[in-house]
Design a protein around this ligand. Structure first.
Ligand SMILES: [Zn+2]
Length: 113
């Protein structure tokens, strides 16, 4: 499962942060996830529980913020919002869109003990 690997890498980042900033447990992790990131949120939550078991993030609450996707439409010359990759422009129907937001998957905030 692809989400498991993502959780492993999140945990890796948390451990690194703990080392460099001197904390030993995490209370809350806030992730920002875009609709185009290809991540299934339920699977990610499950993976996070499994991966953090016995780690410094074992008791951490996982908060997920879903962001909006948007793209730059060349014919319109402006940013439009989209729901999925390969969606046409909602204004002119063009497919000449360049995704500008929605692919992100990042740790937005950490609350530590
Ligand atoms: Zn357009």
């Amino acid at each position: 499962m692809h989400e498991m690997a993502i959780c492993e890498s999140i945990l890796g980042i948390l451990k690194e942060q703990a080392r460099s900033q001197n904390f030993d447990s995490i209370k809350r992790v806030r992730l920002e996830i875009g609709p185009l990131s290809g991540v299934e949120i339920e699977a990610l939550r499950f993976g996070f529980d499994v991966v953090t078991r016995g780690s410094l993030a074992e008791d951490a609450a996982l908060e997920i913020v879903e962001t909006q996707a948007s793209a730059w439409c060349m014919p319109c010359g402006e940013t439009v919002s989209i729901r999925q990759r390969y969606d046409p422009c909602p204004k002119c129907g063009s497919h000449q869109l360049q995704v500008t937001a929605g692919e992100e998957l990042r740790i937005k905030e950490l609350e530590v003990n």
